[in-house]
Design a protein around this ligand. Structure first.
Ligand code: 4NP
Length: 155
């Protein structure tokens, strides 16, 4: 089972989602069964580490983002993964527009789509303050806990 979390830059929201989900997977003893990564629809921050504000809020909750490096979503993500989860509607639309015509295995959806959430968005915190990152953490953590429950029924 492979999951890709996707936002715009792959430095704020999706690295946090990757770190949180990996943390929950390891805590549940499911390492090796659920593989997690992240990507951005844009390439501006490719090769960069996560935003320090994401690293800080993750660290405050015992979650590490160490070793993560920004990258843009690629065709291989659609072929090789099971789930591609977008942080907002704009990311979802970009992902759907870029989807290769054939050979896709992945289901593309919003992270906060039911039953993980109310169908809303994880707001872009990039131009805001630290508070925005706390809100992103809470939203993403709640959704990842529900995602794990959902996946445990499938694996
Ligand atoms: P992210 O946040 O999509 O959560 O990684 C952003 C990061 C960078 C930019 C926008 C959003 N940017 O415009 O460079």
């Amino acid at each position: 089972m492979k999951i890709v979390f996707v936002c715009l830059g792959n430095i704020c929201r999706s690295p946090l989602a990757e770190g949180i989900m990996r943390h929950l997977v390891e805590k549940a003893g499911l390492r090796g069964q659920i593989d997690v990564c992240s990507a951005g629809t844009g390439a501006w921050h490719a090769g960069e580490p996560p935003d320090p504000r994401s690293t800080a809020v993750a660290g405050a909750h015992g979650v590490t983002l160490a070793g993560q490096s920004g990258r843009q979503v690629a065709d291989a993500d659609y072929f090789d993964s099971d789930l591609i989860l977008a942080m907002d509607q704009s990311n979802l639309e970009t992902l759907r527009a870029r989807q290769p015509r054939s050979g896709c295995k992945a289901q593309v959806a919003l992270l906060l789509a039911p039953p993980r959430g109310d169908g809303g968005e994880v707001p872009d915190p990039y131009y805001g303050g630290e508070r925005g990152f706390d809100d992103v953490y809470e939203l993403v953590h709640g959704a990842c806990e529900k995602l794990l429950v959902q996946l445990r029924l499938e694996i």
